[in-house]
Design a protein around this ligand. Structure first.
Ligand code: ZN
Length: 204
């Protein structure tokens, strides 16, 4: 019930940095195998009949191993989530984020990348059929590959992180984001989830 009380009694949810802290706290609980499973009761579901007030918007990969509510230990109605392979952008994705920022007033937009991302690996492989829809999707990831190759460390991991940072920067330039960032009403961050440790890291 802690989250409900905070939501109804304070304005903290309008502070994107605070929201990010709450999600990172939830991730710590998940990593430590001490989840609280908040906001999932029958009573809470009935409150949500009257509308949604999610605290964050997350653009994540469709990968079944990266479910945001679970890895951040949050519940129903907490997170407005858009998932697509490689979390690539298109007009429908922008529309969903725009709706969440402007109408649901979420103060945080997070791009959630992850290790061993198949979409990025497909972009690297060059083995995708040019007539497929997958080809269009991986073409959106390819621009980061030349820079990733020149960086020290693991090429695939660098490409995954660069892809998330590029998407973050593109979102920041959108009209719906720019205005709210200037008014200090919105934070846009890129993060990286490690499948092995379960930890989420905030990218620069
Ligand atoms: Zn992925």
């Amino acid at each position: 019930m802690e989250n409900i009380d905070k939501k109804h009694n304070t304005h903290n949810w309008q502070n994107g940095k605070y929201v990010l802290e709450c999600l990172m706290e939830g991730n710590k609980r998940f990593v430590a195998s001490k989840p609280l499973y908040p906001n999932q009761s029958q009573e809470y579901r009935s409150i949500l009949n009257y509308g949604q007030k999610p605290i964050a918007t997350i653009l994540g990969c469709s990968d079944s191993r990266v479910p945001p509510e679970i890895i951040f230990d949050h519940g129903i109605g907490d997170l407005f989530i858009i998932r697509v392979a490689g979390h690539v952008l298109d007009k429908s994705i922008h529309a969903s984020i725009e709706y969440a920022v402007q109408h649901l007033e979420t103060s945080l937009v997070m791009i959630l990348a992850h290790s061993f991302c198949g979409a990025v690996q497909a972009a690297i492989s060059n083995a995708v059929d040019e007539t497929s829809h997958v080809y269009d999707l991986v073409s959106k990831i390819r621009p980061v590959l030349s820079k990733a190759k020149k960086m020290p460390g693991d090429f695939v991991q660098n490409a995954i992180k660069l892809n998330a940072e590029k998407i973050r920067d593109e979102i920041k330039l959108e009209q719906y984001a720019q205005k709210n960032i200037q008014l200090h009403k919105l934070e846009v961050v890129a993060t990286y989830y490690d499948l092995e440790t379960g930890k989420v890291e905030i990218l620069n």
